[in-house]
Ligand binder design. Sequence first.
Ligand SMILES: Nc1ncnc2c1ncn2[C@@H]1O[C@H](COP(=O)(O)O)[C@@H](OP(=O)(O)O)[C@H]1O
Ligand SMILES: CCC(=O)SCCNC(=O)CCNC(=O)[C@H](O)C(C)(C)COP(=O)(O)O
Ligand SMILES: [Mg+2]
Length: 375
Amino acid sequence: MSGSLRPDPSRWRQAASVVLAAGWTRPGTATQPSPPPPAEDFRLLLLQRSGRQGFMPGAHVFPGGVLDAADHSADWLDLFAPHHGPPRFGLGPAPVRCNAFPSLPNVAGDGNADSKWTLPEDVAFRICAVREAFEEAGVLLLRPRTSPPDPASGPGLALEPPPGLAAWRARVRRDPSHFLRLCEHLDCTPNIWALHDWSCWLTPFWRGGTRRFDTAFFLCCLREPPPVYPDLAEVVGFQWSSPSEATESFLSKEIWLAPPQFYEVRRLANFASLSDLQRFCLDRALEGRERWLPITLLTADATLQILPGDELYLEDSDFFENLMSTEKTEEIMKEGKQFHRIVIHSRHLYDIHVTVQSKYKHVYPKTSVLSKSHL
Ligand SMILES: Nc1ncnc2c1ncn2[C@@H]1O[C@H](COP(=O)(O)O)[C@@H](OP(=O)(O)O)[C@H]1O
Ligand SMILES: CCC(=O)SCCNC(=O)CCNC(=O)[C@H](O)C(C)(C)COP(=O)(O)O
Ligand SMILES: [Mg+2]
């Protein structure tokens, strides 16, 4: 909530988010016919932001928020010792950093701020995501200090909420350094090993947009959904939805998703099972996260977010602060061949067009052109 990275609005806000995917077994009864199960055997935690938020009010998002100085404090070293410590805290070899563009000034991950921190950014961003999941949803992604992580054991569980959860949460929300105190009290560490590199989104430039985030997205598989306690301040509600259910909720206007969250939901629709998803994350652990700056293209009847690999994508830092526009409308889609773009027709109708091969062992959404009947 607080911290030195917040006050300067001209600076990118570094943030971390965690996509929680939990195994789901529908409790069936012999007497009641149950509706057909969703295509996927896992559900994602979506939190509803308060309508009073300055940024994306009312949107459904994955738990997450801005990095605090406490997330990269040297005080964490003692908590992780003696089992884990520099340089990698048991996270395995450092992933290969893939894309040179975009490079941001004064941002960790570009080799600047990181050099001043005691904790590696891979650890600090995971601590941030775990802390935000606790602050916003009361979910504790912690593990006992003495038990070593074992990736072969499959998806784990969140920690049972401790007595006095509400008081601890109030303290952490007031001062994020209390999150370390809570971990000490529970003799646990943040379960940084359960958070897999997934993606990284920069807020695109658009007119009227003032806040810009540089958000690392992690993916965490849990065997079963933990209880969720929205903080009723920043977050006013929640739902567990499979990727296909979340898409349907968005199209039927029950929830609103920003383009990055919609893209990730559609990407996760590639997986039928939690075990496939977990295996996929482990297999691509060395690839890290690619950071994407979508470029906004305004056409006469839609807004396009152009993503890396698309034939219209230009690796040009001018697009940090500018957008593109064109009078052409249908030609943009009809004449092109190499697509990686989100077409925003209206608030609740986005189409994703992908014809390019995915990079870095990742998976892209299948082209999803959704029905205009939802307009
Ligand atoms: N009761 C409340 N109602 C609406 N927004 C709240 C709130 N309590 C905190 N927030 C906002 O939630 C944001 C904190 O998000 P996070 O900790 O996830 O980064 C802050 O927004 P600002 O970024 O506008 O300051 C903060 O002002
Ligand atoms: C067309 C307009 C857009 O695309 S807005 C895109 C907004 N998304 C981002 O900026 C990147 C993703 N980051 C997040 O979603 C963050 O987790 C956050 C912005 C929700 C964090 O905000 P908080 O207020 O919780 O600090
Ligand atoms: Mg938040």
